[in-house]
Unconditional design. Structure first.
Length: 231
């Protein structure tokens, strides 16, 4: 008989195998262990990590208790809790569209909304239709490795702000060549710095239509501009 391992700190349970689902354990912004019970949940954590208004998030955060219409006691553990820099708190649930018609799912979501409303929290449900597409997901995963500050480069950022200051966008290969020449930097250093800025939304590009990377380098057709908040 196998020993039952304890969940990570801050999680009320361990994620379970359901219909051959993929399970993940990652580190959040506070370097705490976060569990994902499906690849759809992993997609959502990428959005949390990239969102500057998300101060912290945790998985399997609490066991909600409620009584169903038949008077039976039920419990439900939502997928994520999010703390915003504004002080707001949110509960996030990831499900499949086809499951939303099930009475049991509808009842637990209704109970969760009621509990969140009493606490002045938001309850948000995500499905495969609202989460990133396969292309956007691949781009986010590619940029994810560049989130640490080790890839930041002040000279590259300053030069890019000048080159893109007139609400214009330029091809990635043009920017890389120009920065490498002007700053006398190796192309990999420039590319890493640009990817760091793309992850942190200082720079912007379309993540939904084409893959950003070809043979481990930014694809030449990628168009890059300053993010709206940086203009």
């Amino acid at each position: 008989m196998a020993l039952r391992r304890k969940p990570p700190p801050g999680n009320v349970r361990r994620v379970a195998p359901i219909s051959n689902n993929l399970r993940y354990a990652i580190a959040n912004k506070a370097d705490e262990t976060v569990q994902c019970e499906s690849f759809q949940e992993r997609k959502l954590t990428l959005l949390f990590d990239r969102d500057p208004t998300v101060q912290k998030y945790s998985s399997q955060p609490e066991r909600f208790a409620f009584t169903d219409e038949e008077g039976h006691s039920r419990t439900y553990v939502p997928d994520f809790m999010v703390w915003r820099t504004t002080g707001e708190i949110e509960i996030h649930e990831v499900t499949l569209t086809e499951r939303q018609v099930r009475p049991s799912i509808q009842k637990r979501e209704q109970a969760a909304r009621s509990i969140c409303q009493q606490r002045d929290w938001r309850f948000i449900v995500h499905t495969e239709a609202t989460l990133p597409s396969a292309t956007e997901e691949a781009n986010l995963l590619a940029l994810y490795r560049y989130r640490p500050t080790i890839y930041a480069h002040t000279d590259v950022e300053a030069d890019l702000r000048q080159r893109l200051s007139r609400d214009e966008e330029q091809a990635a290969h043009t920017l890389i060549a120009g920065l490498a020449h002007t700053l006398s930097l190796p192309r990999p250093v420039v590319i890493s710095a640009m990817c760091h800025l793309l992850w942190h939304q200082v720079l912007d590009t379309d993540l939904t239509s084409r893959l950003l990377f070809v043979n481990a380098a930014l694809a030449p057709y990628v168009r890059i501009k300053l993010h709206e908040k940086e203009k």
